[in-house]
Design a protein around this ligand. Sequence first.
Ligand SMILES: NC(=O)c1ccc[n+]([C@@H]2O[C@H](COP(=O)([O-])OP(=O)(O)OC[C@H]3O[C@@H](n4cnc5c(N)ncnc54)[C@H](OP(=O)(O)O)[C@@H]3O)[C@@H](O)[C@H]2O)c1
Length: 252
Amino acid sequence: MKYAVITGTSRGLGASIAALFLKQGVNVIGISRNENNELANLADENNVTYQHYTCHLANVEKVDKVFSIISDQLVRKQTSCIYFIHNAGTVNPINTAENYTAEAIDSHVHVNLIAPMIASSIFLKAVKKCNIPLINVYVTSGAANRSVYGWSAYSATKAGLNRYARTLALEQEELNTNSKAIIFDPSIMDTGMQNEIRSTSKEAFQDVEQFQQYKREDQLRNTNTVAEVLIDILIEPAVIENGKYYSVKDIL
Ligand SMILES: NC(=O)c1ccc[n+]([C@@H]2O[C@H](COP(=O)([O-])OP(=O)(O)OC[C@H]3O[C@@H](n4cnc5c(N)ncnc54)[C@H](OP(=O)(O)O)[C@@H]3O)[C@@H](O)[C@H]2O)c1
């Protein structure tokens, strides 16, 4: 049995990835602050399971506890493969760096970078004992590779995530394990995150009009289309290129 552990399944890209995995016969465990009842129904229809853990990813103790419970559960079962997909993310705070509060920085870095590092560490340790293939996927952003006025936190955490993924891939290669890590860049999609971006003031975010234009001109991709690209990459673990930066823009 294959399992996908996905952060941020309540809406947006994470909900689409979870739904597509369920339709492919993969059991899904979702983690977010809000539940998504449609996924449980979809799991029933496809004879697989959907389990939800309510967790604020900025809470280190809770993250440690929840992912330890999930990992214990997965290594005890007849698991043939584990996908860990860190999709949850926040673009907030959007503002120039001097306007960030300590609380906002703390929460942002925890959700985007610290939580996936804790989760990956737990899963890597667990699969080492039983040799179950583990595929770590980190959802990134083009903002990791360029500077955007008002997005210093977001660019920093996504760049950190990319480097983390590549280093983890290198280590697992050297250690000759069954674990891989890839980076997935979904490009711009029509989600709540884009709505938040469009609602920002021009003082805080200079490019706001460009993002309003993306929406007006229907340039934002549907999350189901993007999720299909990711599922195509993942469905055959043996051919996934460890350490690769997969970009939707290069594929569609
Ligand atoms: N949308 C775009 O154009 C775009 C472009 C490039 C990259 N991305 C990346 O794609 C990924 C998905 O983005 P999206 O557009 O689908 O975002 P979204 O619609 O805002 O959804 C974000 C998901 O993350 C979860 N999440 C956020 N903060 C959380 C927290 N503190 N604890 C637990 N879960 C949390 C949310 O669940 P709850 O609120 O229920 O907790 C939600 O399920 C993100 O990593 C984002 O950076 C998006």
